[in-house]
Design a protein around this ligand. Structure first.
Ligand code: PEP
Ligand code: MG
Length: 569
């Protein structure tokens, strides 16, 4: 058995199709005719643009929306003149050949992207690398694999599956994917989760360990891969597959059900989204609203600041699709681990404690106002709310609200419609804000607790640092007390309190949050149905008793044990 990391759940049983890639060696050559080299680059890029457009048309015909959107993003990169700018400069200044120039010129862009410590941006760097390799293939006239025919129940095995590869595969026949390289946020893993295709990554030299036609079992939950398994093992996994399907089918029941405990305590289960394309899944699983739209991804996807109009169009889509369901648009939370290159944020020693989120917006009022005006305008089309991230002082909240009022006045002058009563809330993700929650609650309409950051700031353990992952825990009694105080303060002041950090979807933690009286649980679409099921099986009074017990503990280990026991009983 091989062991990797499962990044798209489920079990797949099928036949291996190993995709190998040609490697090219690139050397530096000096040329005489520089115009000809530049012409070759333009010709190759243009023919790639044409091919991508053709693929988009083909996929559109087969209604492959997710792949269409991904290729459209690809097309945007190809059409951007800055992509080959550096390469052309190299040809003109150093008289190098076009292949070397592309390798070096686009290579520099990729390195800049890779230096940004953000998993999402790192994945986009891979898209640019894929494009660079395809331009080089074109320049060298190397024929790429054309459309890969797949039989039903194919398991793709590859070193790396790029975005353009996915467009060449009949994804409907793919039962599973194993890829040596990859990340949770890669486009391929997004497609896999969307289409519920089990996927395992990070198995070294995978294309040497598995041959074409091998029978494989892959488990997207555990990351296990079995090669040519025994009949008994296949039978065992087939049974597990049936149980899994049955489980999924049963969860469908919760799509249009209200999340209500056995003793009648109703809550909302909403969706966290990072892109407009996530909206489809949110609607699909019957989310009660959007509890968090991380707008920074809208800014990260572009190479310059999105205009008021561009932002308005995006926020309007959310308002229109979610109709009367509350959709919370969080203002730009850049900085920290989410760098946006064109904002030119100075390098800091401690970016998580630095110039980020609301601090950055209040320091760049015009940028902040552009976003607020776009959200306000979109509020005329549905039930939108505004949420400020990383608030630590009451003055920040007051100043942000003041800027919002200025935006309303400017829109009045422009005679543009918006919802004047739009709800304004804030994230509670800094311990200072949680401790002072009763004061904040008097000056805003709702809270949403961001446990991802709240934990790291409470226990002083960075959220992505695996060396100290044992310290980064939502079960620390201090974290629990901060959450409880926040919810209590919200309720004393008659405002609602949600949670959009990862803890909201944890089935062992949900009872504790129900015990505290949390009003809204917001999470990724894939977790919504399971969370609704968990909630409907609980009794609020029992959860309150659980909370009472947990509040007596001083150790996170004791908390963890108690929460585990509670869910089993
Ligand atoms: C959080 O901190 O819990 C949160 C939801 O915000 P983000 O993960 O975007 O920092
Ligand atoms: Mg946060």
């Amino acid at each position: 058995m091989l062991k990797g990391k499962g990044i798209s759940k489920g079990i797949a049983i099928g036949k291996a199709l190993v995709l190998k890639k040609e490697k090219v060696k690139i050397e530096k050559n000096i040329v005489e005719n520089i115009d000809k080299e530049i012409e070759k680059i333009d010709f190759s890029v243009n023919s790639l643009i044409k091919e991508t457009e053709e693929s988009i048309d083909m996929l559109r015909e087969s209604s492959n929306n997710e792949q269409v959107k991904i290729l459209e993003a690809y097309l945007m990169i190809l059409q951007d003149e800055t992509l080959t700018h550096k390469a052309k400069e190299l040809i003109m200044n150093e008289k190098v050949d076009c292949v070397y120039a592309i390798e070096k010129g686009i290579g520099e862009i990729i390195t800049n992207f890779k230096n940004i410590p953000d998993e999402y941006i790192a994945e986009r760097a891979k898209d640019i690398e894929d494009i660079k390799n395809r331009i080089i293939f074109k320049l060298l006239k190397i024929k790429e694999n054309n459309f890969v025919e797949t039989e039903p129940n194919t398991i793709i095995v590859t070193q790396e599956l790029t975005t353009s590869d996915t467009a060449k595969i009949n994804i409907e026949n793919v039962a599973g994917i194993i890829s040596e390289i990859g990340g949770t946020n890669s486009h391929v893993s997004i497609i896999a989760r969307n289409k519920q295709i089990p996927m395992v990554i990070r198995i070294e030299n995978i294309d040497l360990k598995i041959k074409n036609g091998d029978i494989l079992i892959i488990d997207g939950d555990t990351g296990d891969v079995h090669i040519n398994p025994s009949k008994d093992l296949v039978e065992k996994y087939k049974k597990l597959q049936i149980d899994e399907k049955e489980e999924k089918r049963k969860l469908e029941e919760y799509k249009n059900r209200v999340a209500e405990t056995k003793d009648g305590y109703k809550v909302e289960v909403s969706c966290n989204i990072g892109k407009i394309s996530d909206l489809e899944d949110a609607v699909d699983v019957g989310a009660d609203g959007i509890g968090l739209f991380r707008t920074e991804f809208l800014f990260m996807d572009l190479d310059k600041m999105p205009s008021e109009e561009e932002q308005f169009e995006n926020y309007k889509i959310i308002a229109e699709n979610m109709k009367d369901k509350l959709s919370i648009i969080r203002t730009l939370d850049a900085g920290g681990d989410k760098n946006i290159p064109y904002l030119n944020i100075e390098k800091e020693d401690n970016p998580f404690l630095g110039y980020r989120a609301i601090r950055l917006c209040l320091g760049n009022k015009e940028m902040f106002k552009t976003q607020l005006k776009a959200i306000l305008r979109a509020s005329a089309y549905g039930n939108l709310a505004i949420m400020f991230p990383m608030i630590s002082t009451i003055d920040e909240l007051r100043e942000s609200k003041k800027v919002l009022e200025e935006c309303k006045k400017e829109l009045d002058l422009r005679q543009v419609k918006y919802n004047n009563k739009i709800k304004v809330g804030m994230m509670i993700e800094i311990p200072a804000a949680a401790i002072m929650a009763e004061y904040f609650a008097k000056e805003c309409d709702f809270f949403s607790i961001g446990t991802n950051d709240l934990i790291q700031y409470t226990v002083a353990a960075e959220r992505g640092n695996t060396k100290i992952a044992n310290l980064y825990t939502k079960n620390h009694p201090a974290v629990i007390k901060l959450i409880q105080h926040t919810i209590e303060s919200a309720h004393k002041n008659n405002i609602f309190c949600g949670m959009c950090g990862e803890a909201a979807s944890n089935f062992q933690y949900i009872p504790l949050l129900i015990g505290m009286g949390l009003n809204e649980f917001s999470m990724n679409s894939s977790a919504i149905l399971q969370a609704k099921k968990t909630i409907t099986e609980l009794d609020k009074k029992e959860c309150e008793k659980l909370l009472e017990d947990v509040l007596q503990y001083s150790s996170d280990k004791e908390v963890e044990k108690k929460l585990k026991e509670f869910i089993v009983s």
